[in-house]
Write a protein that binds this ligand. Structure first.
Ligand SMILES: [Zn+2]
Ligand SMILES: [Zn+2]
Length: 550
């Protein structure tokens, strides 16, 4: 039997988002993470993008489990869409991820009870012929792990999203002891988080955020409104602490925040009895300087509490000019435009808005250069694959590793769809051999949205749409009535519209017999000539639809 390990990159390689790695040894497969990414302007109307799991189609029986490093969307978000397709494999994960996944599955009406909880003590799993150990790391969500994977005589260290936080809040320091022990055992391959490889120095501690925020809030004499990532429990704990220190009651607005606080309480991560949380109906009993609103919407999400408040559309929170707003989060790629718009709207309403680029009220959960160096030196792997990064990041990681003394051949730049074979004395990279790609989720439903449809949508959005009703006699070579033009998303004056009508009529007059009677051909001819005309005259390229009425 083959003693080599196969590693397939289905998502998260050469990109930040929709993480999914498949590791295959003998007749066992494990999957690491199963996430979504968020669409950008190239994907209008799309909610999420998930990895294509076509590669696993004929291998379902070999799947021994899905291993979740932590509960962020780019690591768990795709589970509701694929768990059924994979025949409901076991999910191995820590507490917080379990709660978050469970909610997602329930939301989708999926019954699932094959969770295998991983705890501090119970952190080693045997999955077929593959052994996996969960190692505690720091990140921007509690219960984050790296994975130490062994199969036969080979081993892989998968860092997951991580950083080194010397002063974490309410969680343990990254298990550097265990990592250095593992480093003594000859690691073959390290797959490493590259998100912040371009950041110099050590990464900042979560504790620093608390200090900065407290500094700001202790000087405010009116209401404070904070939007943050709901999953960052350490941050929530700090915000509760700051509220307490500054004699403010906390008002929580937004469904996802309320849910996560409930979960955090259930798991013992936030001791709610320590804090004064009041209901939104009680705020009138307090003065402005006694209130701190904790709300959703750090990404400018359409229906979030902050977004609605910015549009005067939130009954629970009407903004006042003396309010102070803190957006304690970074911009997730794809959300730039929405956030920017919201931040501008907020500036119209209130005097002071703190957000990324103007304040230190957020720190990243990803390793900076010095953190990466420490881990690499402790593990001293034979081969390195940078992941969780766009191409520019993984390329930078390669440079950093060469700086640390690694040879070019020891570092493989892997993108989605590539295939790695870990052999006794080699790591072979085959480019673009596995079925991988993007599945787009629209209206929260799984669907293979035709890429052409998306393209049409994009053209319509960017260049407008012309809908033409063309009246023809049954002989088709005469036009009994003026064609009607319905024009959307693009502006032409009457003169040009008349010119277009004339153009259409003139095209009809010169069409050949065959073109006249074959509907699709007929439309194609007219569309092509009209579009050429518009391009030449107006430098525009709208989407043209023609309906023929006889
Ligand atoms: Zn993460
Ligand atoms: Zn991530």
């Amino acid at each position: 039997m083959n003693k080599n390990i196969k590693i397939c990159s289905l998502g998260g390689y050469g990109e930040i988002g929709k993480n999914m790695t498949v590791i295959e040894y003998k007749n066992s497969i494990i999957i690491i993470d199963c996430g979504i990414s968020f669409p950008d302007n190239e994907h209008p109307g799309i909610d999420y993008i998930i990895p294509d799991i076509g590669y696993l189609e004929n291998k379902k029986k070999k799947i021994k489990g899905i291993f979740i490093t932590h509960g962020h969307e780019d690591h768990i978000g795709a589970l509701p869409y694929i768990i059924e397709k994979l025949n409901y494999p076991k999910i191995f994960c820590k507490n917080l991820a379990k709660e978050l996944i469970e909610e997602k599955l329930i939301d989708k009406g999926i019954k699932y009870n094959k969770f295998k909880p991983v705890t501090k003590r119970n952190n080693k799993v045997k999955a077929g012929s593959i052994k996996v150990e969960f190692i505690n790391v720091n990140h921007s969500i509690m219960d984050s792990s790296a994975l130490y994977i062994r199969a036969g005589n080979k081993s892989i260290f998968f860092t997951g999203d991580f950083k080194i936080d010397y002063t974490p809040i309410k969680e343990d320091f990254i298990d550097l002891n265990r990592i250095s022990e593992i480093g003594q055992q000859n690691i073959d391959l390290m797959i490493v988080d590259s998100t912040n490889v371009t950041h110099e120095g050590l990464s900042y501690s979560e504790k620093q955020v608390g200090i900065e925020m407290n500094e700001i809030i202790s000087n405010i004499e009116n209401r404070v409104i904070i939007a943050t990532f709901s999953t960052n429990l350490s941050r929530l704990v700090q915000i509760f602490n700051i509220a307490k220190k500054n004699d403010r009651k906390v008002v929580v607005l937004g469904r996802s925040l309320k849910r996560i606080i409930k979960i955090a309480y259930k798991l013992g991560y936030i001791d709610l009895k320590n804090y004064e949380i009041i209901n939104k109906n009680e705020v009138d009993n307090y003065k402005d300087d006694q209130l701190l609103y904790l709300i959703t919407g750090s990404q400018g999400e359409k229906l979030s509490a902050l977004k609605r408040a910015s549009r005067d559309n939130n009954r629970d929170l009407e903004l006042k000019s003396n309010d102070t707003i803190l957006i304690s989060a970074k911009v997730i790629p794809g959300n730039e435009v929405a956030i920017n718009r919201m931040v501008n709207d907020l500036h119209r309403k209130v005097d002071e808005v703190y957000y990324e680029n103007v304040s230190e009220i957020h720190v990243s959960g990803h390793a900076s250069k010095e953190d990466i160096k420490i881990i690499t030196k402790l593990l001293d792997p034979k081969y390195i694959v940078p992941n969780h990064g766009e191409y520019k990041h993984i390329k930078k990681m390669k440079k950093l590793m060469i700086h640390l003394g690694y040879e070019e051949e020891q570092i493989k730049l892997v993108e989605n769809g590539d295939f790695l074979l870990l052999e006794d004395n080699n790591l072979k990279l085959e480019k673009d051999v596995i079925k991988s790609g993007e599945i787009l989720i629209e209206n929260r439903e799984m669907g293979f949205i035709d890429i052409n449809k998306l393209f049409e949508r994009k053209i319509m959005g960017e260049s407008g749409l012309i809908f033409i009703i063309l009246y023809l006699t049954d002989k088709r070579n005469t036009i009994p009535r003026e064609p009607e033009f319905i024009i959307k998303g693009i502006q032409f004056d009457d003169r040009f519209i008349n010119e277009m009508k004339e153009k259409v009529k003139s095209v009809v007059n010169v069409l050949e017999n065959e073109e006249l009677y074959e509907d699709e051909l007929f439309k194609k001819r007219i569309r092509r000539r009209l579009k050429r005309y518009i391009r030449k005259r107006k430098y525009k390229d709208p989407f043209v639809i023609i309906k023929i009425m006889e």
